[in-house]
Design a protein around this ligand. Structure first.
Ligand code: TMP
Length: 244
């Protein structure tokens, strides 16, 4: 039920494994030590169009870090805290014209502020790795480009209320037609944005692709039209490189 689904995300998956993992013995992945030594945590976000597989990839990265005994949390937007999950239910269901793009910006930013205060910042302060399924880049592209031409409004509000950018962002690039079919087939009851249709998803794909060019230092455009293992290997290698 909806409540159970929400609980899954409120009880953010905590990886506090005390296990001693093979890398410590074999020294095969010395970057683990470096990852553990980040003084302000590490903030990694996943972005992409609906049905792009970014949630699967967030989970796979979390699992890989878990296997290495690295302390991480997996969270999502909109949502990831009690208040933000309540706002989520307002945003992802109902008719497409339920909210204007301007109102959506306010609601997503309100949810993000709560998420940042209650979940993201506390974890970063504890020096954990935060893996977040969507963050401000979704607002930049969904509300700032695809829904309306409001990119400046998104950035201005972000600079006042949130003031936080990810360290690394993975944009999973996929074919809009296939992704939309996959997304709608899930029948999640959370498909308000998918209901905007294929042209909307095409605009989103272009928007994310453009963003990856202007935010080169942190954004990685990943070809998501391959096996999930191939995609997750690339992602893991980039996380490794980041710590070199
Ligand atoms: P999800 O399906 O990836 O959980 O995201 C919920 C929907 O909300 C998805 O269709 C994308 C949309 N969305 C925005 O339009 N703006 C945002 O800022 C965020 C975080 C999500």
């Amino acid at each position: 039920c909806c409540f159970k689904r929400r609980c899954k995300w409120i009880n953010i998956k905590q990886n506090l494994s005390k296990r001693r993992t093979p890398w410590e013995k074999s020294n095969q992945w010395p970057i683990v030590g470096k990852l553990m030594n980040f003084t302000d945590g590490l903030f990694i976000t996943f972005e992409g169009i609906d049905g792009s597989g970014k949630s699967t990839q967030s989970q796979l990265l979390y699992d890989a870090l878990n296997d290495l005994g690295i302390s991480a949390i997996l969270t999502r937007e909109p949502g990831g805290s009690i208040g933000a999950e309540i706002i989520r239910s307002l945003l992802v269901s109902g008719d497409t014209d339920r909210w204007s793009a301007e109102t959506e910006i306010l609601l997503f930013t309100a949810a993000r502020r709560d998420h940042l205060e209650k979940t993201i910042q506390p974890a970063l302060t504890k020096n954990q790795i935060v893996i977040c399924d969507r963050f401000v880049d979704s607002t930049r592209v969904y509300q700032g480009v695809a829904r309306a031409d409001l990119r400046q409004t998104v950035d201005e509000l972000h600079s006042i209320i949130i003031k936080k950018e990810p360290d690394i962002t993975f944009i999973i690039d996929t074919d809009p037609e296939k992704s939309l079919t996959r997304g709608l087939a899930r029948n999640s009851g959370e498909d308000r944005f998918e209901e905007f249709g294929l042209e909307f998803q095409k605009k989103l794909r272009n928007g994310f692709s453009e963003l990856s060019k202007t935010e080169k230092s942190r954004c990685h455009l990943i070809n998501g039209m391959r096996s999930k293992e191939e995609v997750s290997n690339d992602i893991l290698n980039i996380v490794k490189d980041y710590t070199k």
